[in-house]
Write a protein that binds this ligand. Sequence first.
Ligand code: DCP
Length: 125
Amino acid sequence: MVAAAIIVDGRLLLAQRTRPPELAGLWELPGGKAEAGESPEDALRRELREELGVEVSGGDRIGDDVPLPDGRVLRAYRVELVSGTPAALDHAELRWVDGRELGEIDLVGNDRGWVPDLRLHLNGW
Ligand code: DCP
C-alpha cells in the first residue's frame, strides 16, 4: 500500500475519502494498493494519475511503515508534481494544509503517525 506526500510551498495535499463508510469523510495522503508485479513507485504514479490526474516524480520515503491488520504495509513517499493540477477525481475534496492544520484535521488512523515527520516539511506550526 502506497501513499504520497505532495508538498508545495509548505503545504501538504490531503484528500477526503468517500469510502468505505467507516473512512468516508476522513482525510488521507492519496494512494492505494500496488497491483501484482507493480513496484511501489509505479503503483504510486498510477494511483496519482487515476485519483488526482497528475504526473509525479521522485519518491523518497517519509515517515515509518504502517503495518496493516491484514499483514500488508502502508508506506509514504514524498513526490514532486511534474504536470497537472490535482483534482478530486476519486475523493470528495482536496485540501492543502500547513503544519497547524495538519494537526487539527481528521486523518484516517493509518496516516496519523506520519504527522510529526510531515510537519518538519510544512509551514506554520
Ligand atoms: N489507506 C490508508 N491511508 C492512505 C491510503 C490508503 O490507510 N493514505 C488504506 C485505506 C484502504 C486501503 O489503504 O483500506 C486501500 O486504499 P484505497 O481504497 O485508496 O486503495 P485503492 O484505490 O487501490 O482501492 P479501491 O480502488 O479498491 O478502493
